[in-house]
Design a binder for this molecule. Sequence first.
Ligand code: AMP
Length: 546
Amino acid sequence: MLNGLMMDVPLSIPRIMDYAASVHPDTRIISAAVEGGLHEYSYAEAYPRIGQLAHGLVAMGVKPGDRVATLAWNGYRHFELYYAVAGIGAVCHTINPRLFPDQIVYIANHADDRVLCFDLTFLPLVAALAPRLPAGIKLVLLTDRAHVPSEHGLEGLLIYEDLLAGQPTHYDWPDLPETTASSLCYTSGTTGEPKGALYSHRSNVLHSMGAILATPDCYGTNSRILPVVPLFHVNAWGLPYSAPLSGTDLVFPGPKLDGASLFTLMDEQRVTNAWGVPTIWGGLLAAMRAAGRKPAALSIVGIGGAAAPKSMIDAFERDFGIAVNHGWGMTELSPIGAVSREPRSKQTVDQRIEARQSQGKRTYGIEMKIVDDAGRRLPHDGVASGELLVRGGFVISGYYNNEKASAAAFDSDGWFRTGDVARITPQGDLIIMDRTKDLIKSGGEWISSIVIENLALSCPGVAQAAAIALPHPRWDERPLLVIVRAEGSEVTREAVLAHVAEAIARWQVPDDVMFIEALPMTATGKISKLDLRKRFADYQFPSDSA
Ligand code: AMP
């Protein structure tokens, strides 16, 4: 083998901002601040603050490899932490504040966080949890002195802006090996304890480049992205890195994520594209319908984290002329694994809506295979479905300090088992059928809950839908459809079932429909099937069932 004669310069997170500050100095970062009002600055102005923060962290004793945790909304200070913490060789550990307090305590202790930086919103939460956090942890409030409440009860509380004040603006970023850990994010732990994905400088840079290549329309100096997807989970789909790399403006929405607030912020700030989970877009669509228009400059929405319902894709594409990018990903994949990218200009609106029901094509840097129960590869013929496994430079190679979970997560060739069941078409389109544990196994045949939910959501009067498997004396499991009616609707069980029955085989049609007020959600904004299964654990199917 002959080695290439090229420089071995490590891929590095702070060098992304170094690049952005010099090549895209005027590109904007606008934040709806937790303290109220808007904060706005440029990449050229953000970079020296990141340098000051790096000095401040070192001055307070943060060492390479230390975990610096965050409990914070999408905003400029959280963004600065992403860079400064990784830049000094420490690990930015983003914690999801929507997790149960016990899970937050578990995660902080499992990671052995040395510092916790948190927004004003989370003062009461941190005050309540403080005695159970790792011994000696330093607490930093993400605000300035003027906004610190007089009574906070936290001994030794540090103030973020004080850490930066007076520090030099230039930091001499060390040339860390590119495999150095940069950041840590735990899965939402819907089954068992949360598990940590420990990213590296290299994996994050590779992921950002893969993401930009996958949806180039989203990025660039004419684009302004609003990540509703949080910095506290799955790296806001890599946007804190891919936006600076590509010179894209960022608009951080802060704590207000309801449809009306998002509409106003997007409208006033002329946001061109916005990314988030389906539940968020339900709220925005309602605000758009109320206003009778879309936010002025909005032309693309990225939907992922859970299947984008056809009715939602239809509403964006047909009613408002907004392009939908449907993507699939996981915490363990940094997270973007696939995203839609058909040439929209060559498609009719019906073709676009149809095409966007698939989760798109794989990102550069990700390889995919689907396998049967014995681990044998299945063809990518659009028909065979099996567990989806992936490998690539931004896929985890193990969970952080968790040998048991790591041992179960890979096949004998080292591919990561996603726990999702999928089909892949000959053109490379990924179609996610379900989570393995959410599939409904009826009489030896599998029923996809996503297919049933999509059909139910296209029935007039249905606002939200979830199909769950419940035990059945004859068929092992049968589907129960749980529906939240749209406001003012009186849609009936019979109407919903008749609508669903129009498009699938009779044996796949749910046996019954239950109407409830609201669906339980997970900390990452997905429908919690686990909670639904618990809630309906005592349910008995009607005697004429299936
Ligand atoms: P998380 O690690 O919280 O991002 O959750 C990852 C899981 O979300 C995946 O394994 C899928 O089950 C699910 N998921 C993400 N995106 C999609 C999508 N577009 N369609 C269906 N399921 C999705």
